[in-house]
Design a protein around this ligand. Structure first.
Ligand code: NGO
Length: 571
């Protein structure tokens, strides 16, 4: 067995991807180069899937669609046959048992490529690897000319952690179904298998709840900065769940409570302890709202919301938030959780929550999500000792909403700057005192959206950090090495260019791009608070800048809106 990291020529300091095999991210468990086993796709190549398995067929169709789009070949999908094994085979038999629930084996020969797995999830992961083995043009949305040769390899691969997740906050800025699907596509490429949707927060409620309709019609009517907001109808939401499932991604919906609930409290006066509805909020303060813990109606509300949400949720988890409940006393918080957790369980779901829930008496199948910048937490340690599993998303390692460095115009920085190397060089299995590998469920990279409006913004913050955290979740600890990773990551850029992804050219990565070698893109020069005069373009110091977002607020001496404008730099 040749470890992929060891078997290939790597030049840590030179620009450009490493030579040899295409750069795979996340790094597989083992990659053996096999000369003479290259396979060239052509107009006759078909995909053959395990006979009788609808799931394998779906993975096959998914692959065929990608190949048809870029190669223009017909790529028929049919049942695998013992007598004709040419082409691309997706089989659910005879995989080495070491691949487990989610792993796969991928072998090439001059006649084809065979992916074997125990389950369709493994086939799907193998297909993502195959995409990276093919030339980057395979990602083209239109028919392209390329040498469609898959190098000769024998790969055995399986994940370190079964739960690899991304989170998208659709509450601070609403992100419509198309944005979410786009994000799902990018995450699936890196073997992420969960999408946590932060559906509610102070600034907006984004999921239709039939028994409490004003949550969305009123509570979803704005967002950070005062834009029109929006929400998912139940059909929209089902569409997301289904789209994700086709990509072997399970959706984990989050209703954040008892804090982060201003949108709900604004929508229904009767949910407030004093019976008075607060105004909708469009700023980014945290820690001021709380559901009314003593009010019986609070639990009727929660029961309705959880029931309707559970009906929309095929996955096992419902995330109940629980973070930053600064407007709730500790006693009230514990009381609230002791009443809400059973509601989730009665609906047949397991609780996930930000790590503060571990300050209360949570059941052992509840999952605290660690988001602190510190490396110890007594409640999380104790929960792990009692047998709970922990989801790891330390803010200073995994928060995709954070600035890369002082020049990043988007993003927050309360946890410091988060460069690519920060997201890579940490170990989920040893990060939190007293919480060992066996207590770790997996790893998540959250994208909060206080400053994230467009898919360009999402891409810029997620790339290249999302693939980096994805490798932390997938690749075995001893195989990870920064100097090797940065070369493999550089190798991904060619795929991102075909995909037209707006990725951040971190100076830590030796990008192979001759046109834009590291450091030659002009850094964004400034951001400033200016009076907003209307329209989308504002003149500043004689130049025009596109303003992508602004924050409504009070500014001494002005009565209008004002904004934070940014220069976006150029390449
Ligand atoms: C914190 C806070 C969120 C913010 C985010 C911004 C958690 C779990 N609660 O993370 O409300 O949006 O930081 O980085």
């Amino acid at each position: 067995m040749v470890g992929a990291a060891g078997g290939l020529a790597a030049e840590p300091d030179g620009p450009g991807a490493r030579e040899g095999l295409p750069s795979l991210v996340p790094l597989p468990v083992s990659v053996e180069e096999r000369s003479g086993a290259e396979f060239a796709l052509d107009a006759d190549t078909g995909v053959r899937t395990e006979a009788g398995s609808a799931e394998a067929r779906r993975v096959g169709e998914h692959l065929a669609e990608i190949l048809r789009r870029s190669t223009g070949y017909p790529v028929p999908v049919s049942d695998a046959s013992p007598t004709d094994t040419s082409g691309i085979q997706l089989l659910l038999a005879d995989a080495d048992p070491v691949v487990g629930e989610q792993g796969y084996q991928l072998d090439t020969s001059p006649d084809g490529v065979t992916i074997r797995a125990e389950h369709a999830a493994g086939l799907f992961s193998g297909v993502q690897t195959l995409r990276q083995l093919l030339p980057p043009e395979v990602e083209s949305a239109t028919v392209t000319d390329a040498d469609w040769t898959v190098p000769g390899v024998s790969i055995t691969d399986y994940p370190r952690f079964g739960h690899r997740s991304v989170m998208l906050d659709v509450a601070r800025h609403f992100h419509p179904v198309e944005h979410v699907k786009h994000y799902i596509d990018q995450a699936a490429r890196y073997k992420v298998n969960h999408l946590h949707l932060h559906l509610t927060d102070d600034q907006g409620w984004r999921i239709q709840i039939d028994s409490w309709p004003r949550l969305t019609t009123y509570g979803g009517s704005t967002q950070v900065g005062g834009g029109p907001g929006g929400y998912f109808t139940k059909d929209d939401y089902r569409e997301i769940v289904e789209y994700a499932a086709e990509r072997h991604i399970t959706v984990v919906p989050e209703i954040d409570m008892p804090g982060h609930t201003n949108a709900a409290l604004a929508s229904y006066a009767e949910l407030n302890c004093d019976g008075i509805a607060p105004p909708l909020r469009t700023d980014i303060e945290v820690g001021y709202s709380s559901l009314c813990v003593d009010l019986p109606l609070t639990y009727e509300f929660v029961a309705d919301v959880i029931r309707e949400l559970a009906e929309l949720t095929p996955g096992p988890y419902i995330h109940i938030g629980g973070d930053e409940a600064d407007a709730t006393t500790d006693e009230d918080y514990a009381l609230f959780m002791s009443r809400v957790i059973p509601i989730v369980e009665e609906n047949g779901k397991q609780v996930m929550g930000w790590h503060e829930i571990a300050n209360t008496d949570i059941p052992t199948d509840a999952v605290p999500q660690f988001w602190s910048t510190s490396t110890s937490h007594e409640g999380v340690r104790a929960a792990a000792e009692r047998g709970a599993k922990v989801l790891m998303s330390p803010a200073n390692k995994t928060y995709l909403d954070h600035k890369y460095d002082a020049t990043t115009q988007l993003g927050l920085q309360w946890a410091g700057f988060v460069e690519v190397r920060d997201t890579y060089e940490w170990d989920p299995g040893t990060h939190v005192e007293g919480v060992s590998e066996s207590s770790i469920l997996g790893v998540e990279s959250p994208l909060f959206t206080e400053t994230i409006v467009t898919t360009d913004d999402m891409e810029y913050m997620a790339f290249p950090r999302l693939p980096s955290v994805a490798e932390v979740g997938w690749t075995q600890a001893e195989a990870r090495d920064w100097d090797d990773f940065r070369l493999r990551l550089a190798g991904q850029a060619a795929h991102w260019e075909v995909l037209d992804l707006n990725f951040y050219r971190s100076p830590q990565i030796p990008w192979p791009d001759a046109e834009h070698p590291p450091g030659t893109c002009s850094a964004p020069a400034w951001s400033a608070t200016e009076v907003y005069l209307g329209g989308d373009v504002v003149s500043h110091a004689g130049r025009e800048w596109t303003a992508k977002w602004w924050t409504r607020g009070e500014q001494p001496g002005t009565t209008g809106e004002w904004g934070v404008w940014r220069d976006e730099g150029s390449c």
